[in-house]
Write a protein that binds this ligand. Structure first.
Ligand code: DAH
Length: 349
């Protein structure tokens, strides 16, 4: 009996098992309790000895139970402490850092380049009067040039600006008659377009320089300098005659494709088995050029609307698409990638 109890106590692996053992031997219906109850059936002369024996066994088992319980509690405490231990020498976990959106990267870079050339940065409203968006820019109501910029109207006289050009008038009216005027105005613009190459919201940077004796050569030199700071010393620009109501003469300006180096072919593709001469560059569609901006000499009507005398000063202006600049910089061939905000795309920049 005592040996069985001792073995059971030693074998108990947890407080719960130990409690089972206690109940089995010393509980109300336990083995030893049964023996003590049965003592009344013994002949009287045997009872003292049996009683002594039973009490000795009970005391012994109780002592062992207490000892075993203390050991188990100690062991459980120890393993809990081990499981909860903190390794204070581990390096901390860095919270993940966000990325700047590629359009913001390019926007900031354009600002930095023009700041370096003495331009100040201006911000015009995205909700604009028809008056600033069109009329003061020499695009009266009913002018066919309005068709090029299908618009979101808020009321008959208020719309989401279709380009950053109204910033030209707003800035000149603040500044006139002081010279020189050197400003860029980056921001969001809106048109009713939505397909693979057009988004209803996109970004432009307007540029304006007004002073005495500004020439078309100044415009070309400024744009070439910008292109080289943006895309490297090898960058070229190409001006094609065009039409805008707010400039005369006007030009569309292409920058040599930074992805294929202006050749229109991707020669590295030969390595992976493409035909000799490489594959056509997808970014510039094999032409070697990408149209990134419109520009021209500020129309006399616009100068006058801005508060300057077209007989005394001249100026140039340009408007570039930030999406286009970014596509050219990173070799991105689908405009929609900028707006889907897929982290696999965005976190590359
Ligand atoms: N505002 C024109 C557009 O969105 C772009 C533009 C062309 C801006 C010529 C200019 C400019 O300042 O001179 O299509």
């Amino acid at each position: 009996m005592q040996r069985h109890g001792e073995e059971a106590i030693a074998a108990a692996g947890s407080a719960a098992e130990l409690e089972d053992v206690r109940v089995r031997f010393l509980g109300k219906k336990g083995l030893l309790t049964g023996i003590l109850r049965g003592m009344g059936a013994l002949p009287p002369e045997e009872r003292p000895l049996a009683g002594q024996w039973a009490n000795a066994v009970r005391d012994r088992l109780n002592a062992l139970l207490a000892e075993r319980e203390a050991a188990l509690v100690a062991r459980e405490t120890e393993s809990r402490l081990a499981a909860e231990a903190l390794d204070v020498t581990l390096p901390g976990r860095r919270p993940p850092l966000g990325h700047r959106h590629p359009l913001r990267v390019v926007w900031t870079e354009v600002e930095a380049i023009f700041r370096g050339m003495g331009y100040e940065v201006f911000e015009g409203p995205e909700i604009e009067y028809d008056y600033y968006n069109f009329e003061t820019l020499n695009i009266p109501k009913g002018h066919p040039a309005r068709d090029m910029q299908d618009s979101f109207y808020v009321t008959d006289e208020i719309l989401l600006r279709t380009h950053t050009s109204p910033s030209q008038i707003r800035f000149m009216r603040q500044r006139a008659p002081r010279l020189p005027v050197r400003m860029i105005a980056p921001g969001r613009v809106y048109r009713r377009d939505d397909d693979a190459t057009h988004s209803p919201m996109f970004h432009q940077v307007e540029g304006l320089l007004v002073d005495a004796g500004v020439t078309f050569g100044d415009l070309k030199g400024t744009l070439l300098s910008f292109a080289r700071q943006m895309y490297g010393e090898g960058a070229q620009i190409r001006l094609r005659p065009s039409y805008f109501p707010f400039t005369e003469p006007s030009a569309e300006v292409d920058v040599s494709c930074a992805i294929c180096g202006g050749s229109g072919r991707l020669v590295e593709a030969e390595l992976s088995g493409a035909p000799a001469g490489g594959l056509p560059c997808r970014t510039c569609k094999g032409t070697g050029w990408l149209e990134v901006l419109g520009a021209g000499m500020v129309h006399p009507v616009v100068l006058k609307n801005g508060g300057y005398d077209p007989e005394r000063v001249t100026g140039f202006a340009f408007g570039m698409g930030i999406e286009r600049l970014a596509m050219l910089k990173y070799g991105i061939d689908d405009l929609r990638l900028f707006f889907q905000n897929d982290l696999r795309f965005i976190s590359q920049f």
